[in-house]
Design a protein around this ligand. Structure first.
Ligand code: 5GP
Ligand code: MN
Ligand code: MN
Length: 323
């Protein structure tokens, strides 16, 4: 049961030391928050640890305590490897990206996640597929350790839940989520400020890449599938980076009558990342999983080989079959 897995996770942490803490590549709010929340817990327990990600932490998330301690692997020379690993918000082991090079073969690995497509990698798992965020699971774990709370951990957990529920709007926003949020607000989190900076504000490059991508909109004849794309040329023109693409896929999905919205991001001449969002009837996690990716029923992604035209045709055809 989930309660047993929480106790198992506590034992894993108590019985080991010298951890590597990692979340998925191109980290979102939940990934960063969960990394920091595990770090907060390990600090409180007097454990040593290194937090790392394959790439940089988005600038807009650097208000969280300890965010500057998360190593950007692409800028860090590796001098050692780790035998005790905690992976957060990663549906499968591949999602840690190149950080796997920092791990020893046969590492002890705790897998904490909320993706229904999680393949239960690792030596210890703490997976709750109906949790709104990995941060929700970490709230339960912090509570179990009974070390007390402070505003910093509250801010981390609130951030993960806020971003993964789209501002407490997605169907994962359970009564329990609202009770947790209520507690975190009591601990001093500034909810409106975080909602503004994480969900409303756009940088100018973000605005510009949004504008360019929206102009590429295409729709299926029946109006149930809508998609946009972003090319490397768009990225250069807007001065945008990958983190600036978050949220774009919601626009095609939000058109009335659309069941599935897709963003195709051209990575290079022969690779495209597809981000899918469903209004609820189509399980996009299942479709993404068929293409080697994964995610949630209403939000999933995958990376495919091929040109934009080839990948678009393949994915749109597959989505149409599900309607
Ligand atoms: P996004 O479309 O915003 O990149 O991701 C939406 C959801 O799908 C997230 O929960 C994310 O973890 C998952 N996801 C996106 N890309 C991949 C992928 O390549 N592999 C897997 N397993 N999950 C993905
Ligand atoms: Mn995530
Ligand atoms: Mn998540």
């Amino acid at each position: 049961t989930y309660e047993q897995d929480l106790i198992g996770a506590r034992q894993f942490i108590e019985q080991h030391d010298d951890f590597l803490v990692v979340a998925h590549v191109q980290p979102d709010g939940d990934a960063v928050s969960s990394t920091l929340a595990v770090g907060w817990l390990l600090s409180r327990l007097g454990k040593t640890f290194t937090m790392i990600n394959e790439g940089p932490i988005p600038q807009r998330m650097t208000y969280m305590e300890g965010s500057e301690q998360i190593l950007d692997m692409s800028l860090t020379e590796r001098t050692r490897t780790y035998g005790n690993v905690i992976c957060v918000d990663c549906a499968d082991f591949k999602r840690v990206g190149l950080v796997s090079e920092w791990m020893e073969e046969g590492s002890n690995m705790l897998n904490i996640d909320h993706h229904p497509t999680n393949d239960e990698y690792g030596t210890q798992t703490l997976i709750k597929a109906d949790a709104a965020a990995t941060a929700e699971i970490l709230y339960d774990l912090v509570k179990l350790f009974d070390l007390g709370w402070d505003r910093n951990i509250a801010e981390m957990l609130y951030t993960g839940i806020l971003t993964d529920t789209g501002g407490f709007r997605y169907s994962s926003t359970s009564p329990k989520v609202m009770r947790i949020a209520s507690h975190l607000l009591e601990l001093g989190v500034n909810g409106p400020d975080l909602a503004d900076s994480l969900l409303e504000q756009l940088t100018k490059p973000q605005f510009d890449v949004l504008t360019l991508s929206l102009a590429t909109l295409q729709m299926s004849e029946n109006g149930k599938v809508a998609w946009v794309h972003v090319t490397p040329e768009h990225m250069v023109q807007a001065g945008a980076s990958n983190e600036d693409l978050e949220g774009i896929v919601n626009y095609p999905r939000n058109i009335q009558g659309v069941e599935v919205g897709v963003l195709f991001k051209v990575i290079n001449e022969n690779a495209v990342k597809a981000s899918m969002r469903s209004a609820g009837k189509v399980d996009v996690a299942a479709i993404a999983a068929e293409f080697g990716g994964g995610g949630h029923v209403r939000a999933a992604g995958c990376r495919l080989e091929g040109t934009l035209e080839q990948v678009t045709a393949l994915v749109i055809e597959r989505i149409k079959q599900s309607l």
